[in-house]
Design a protein around this ligand. Sequence first.
Ligand SMILES: Cc1cc2nc3c(=O)[nH]c(=O)nc-3n(C[C@H](O)[C@H](O)[C@H](O)COP(=O)(O)OP(=O)(O)OC[C@H]3O[C@@H](n4cnc5c(N)ncnc54)[C@H](O)[C@@H]3O)c2cc1C
Length: 321
Amino acid sequence: MSIIVFTENRGGKLKKSSFEAISYAMNIAENTSKPVVAVSVGELGDDELSALAKYGAAKIVSVNDPAWKSNDSQAYTKLMAEIAEKENADTFIFSHSNEGKAIAPRLAVKLKAGLITNITGVPANFSPLTIKRKTYNGSAFQLMKIKADKAVLTINPNSCDVVEKPVDVNIEKFSPSVAGDGATKVENVDVVTGKILLTEAPIVVSGGRGLKSGDNWGMIEQLGEVLGAGLACSRPVSDEGWRSHEEHVGQTGKIIAPDLYIAVGISGAIQHIGGVSGAKVLVAIDKDKEAPIFKYADYGIIGDAFEVVPRLIESLQKFKA
Ligand SMILES: Cc1cc2nc3c(=O)[nH]c(=O)nc-3n(C[C@H](O)[C@H](O)[C@H](O)COP(=O)(O)OP(=O)(O)OC[C@H]3O[C@@H](n4cnc5c(N)ncnc54)[C@H](O)[C@@H]3O)c2cc1C
C-alpha cells in the first residue's frame, strides 16, 4: 500500500502547501512503512518537480498534458482514482485549499474511503488513523478516527512543519486513460501576477468595514508592502466591492494560518475568526475597546486606524532603515 499526495502549482512553480502535504505524508510513511507518491498535474519541468524529493517524495507521477488544463474537479477525481489503483494506494493527502476541498470529498465517495478535512496536526494514532481537526468554524477541535480501509485527508495550510528529507527521485510521465475534462471546462485563467499569494503569505494585513471605503485602502497596501505581507479583508468589504473576493477570509472565504495576522477595523465576528484562527499571532487595531476581535488578539491597539496605521508604517520604515 502507498500514500498519494496531490500537489498544487501556480505559474510553473509548486505551492508551499505541496511541501507541507509531502511532509505530512512522510510522517505517516515513517510510522506505517508505506512509500509516498506525489501526483503533479500541470506544465512543470523535472527540475521543479525534483523539489518534492527534497521533502521525501521518491516517486512523482506527472501528468503534463494540455488536455489536463481543465481544472475540472470531477476529472481530477477520476485521475486520482486511476493513479490510486496503479500505485495500490490507501491514503490520499490534499491541501485544504479550494482545489483540495473540491477533489478530496469526491475521491472519498468514489473509493468508499473515510474523509478527514481541516486537519491541524499530525496523526495521534496510525492504526486506526486518528487525527485532530478543526470544527465549528475553528472554535473547537475534534479527534476523528478512520474506520474504512482507505483514508482521504485535507491538511490546513501552515499547520504542519515542512521537514527536509532528501531522497533520490523517479519521475514518471503518466498518460491517464480517463478524460481531462468533464462536465465543465475552464476556458481561461487570468492569474494576478506580482501579488503575494494570500494562502501562503507568512504575514497578512487585513482590512474591515471600519476603513469606511475602498478608497482608504492605500494605507493597508502600504503597510502590506513594508511588511512584505499578503492582503486580506472581511466579507462585507468584498461584498461592497471595495476589494476583490479573492481577499475575503473567513467561513465563506479563504482559510489562512499566517505567522502574523493584522486585523484593521475588523470587529471579529465568529464567521471572520473561523478563517484566521490558525494565525500564530493576531494583532487587532480597532477604535472600540469592546470589539470581540480583542478576545482573540495576542496584541491589541485601541485607536483610530487612520491615526494608528500611518504611524505604524512610519515606525516600520524607520526600523527597516
Ligand atoms: C453565513 C455567514 C457567513 C459569513 N462569512 C463571513 C466570512 O467568511 N468572513 C467575514 O469576514 N465575515 C463573514 N460573515 C459576516 C460576519 O458575520 C460579519 O458581519 C463581518 O465579519 C463583519 O465585518 P467587519 O468586521 O469588517 O465589519 P464590522 O462588524 O462593521 O466591524 C467594523 C469594525 O471597525 C471598527 N472601526 C470603525 N471605524 C474605525 C476606525 N476609524 N478605526 C479603527 N476601527 C474602526 C469598529 O469598531 C468595528 O469593530 C458571514 C456572515 C454570515 C451570516
